[in-house]
Design a protein around this ligand. Structure first.
Ligand code: GDP
Length: 141
């Protein structure tokens, strides 16, 4: 079993799609280990996306990610990191495969409904960015 981090982004929250996205994730075989709803500060969003600092879209991305509430979710499955990337689809919804979350719910390359960790190392860092160890629950237990 592997764990990864998803974030339901402010566009999907504002459109009232959080429930549908969580249902899509559960139907796709992921179990929820932890979940919270929060509003990111500018400092938190900037730190979370620090790898993109200096890119032309960085400031806009931070503005977007702080524009409304988000739901970070820890998900568990076999090969969770790679499988979640498949289930969410390409960054740009115009390029995302049919049936993926971004194809179904994203409006643009920036406002693309959901984040997913892109490697096991990023997943470990991103899970601990939002959740202390004791907040992670065994979904079978
Ligand atoms: P992801 O791993 O598929 O989320 O994509 P990246 O790590 O490359 O980018 C992080 C986030 O920045 C994306 O999910 C988008 O919200 C945003 N983003 C990425 N590329 C662009 C871009 O070219 N333009 C804009 N406006 N936003 C972008």
């Amino acid at each position: 079993m592997e764990r990864t981090l998803a974030i339901i982004k402010p566009d999907a929250m504002g459109a009232g799609k959080a429930g549908k996205i969580l249902a899509h994730l559960e139907t796709s075989g992921f179990r929820v280990c932890a979940l919270r709803m929060m509003r990111l500060t500018e400092a938190q969003a900037g730190a979370f996306y620090a790898v993109h600092r200096g890119r032309p879209f960085y400031e806009s991305l931070v503005r977007f990610m702080t524009s409304g509430p988000v739901i970070p979710v820890v998900l568990e499955a076999e090969n969770a990191v790679a499988r979640l990337r498949e289930v969410i689809g390409a960054t740009d919804p115009a390029e995302a495969a049919e049936g993926t979350i971004r194809k179904l719910y994203a409006g643009s390359k920036e406002r693309n409904a959901i984040h997913a960790s892109d490697s096991p190392k990023a997943a470990a860092e991103e899970v601990s960015f939002f959740f202390p160890q004791e907040a992670l629950v065994d979904p079978e237990g």
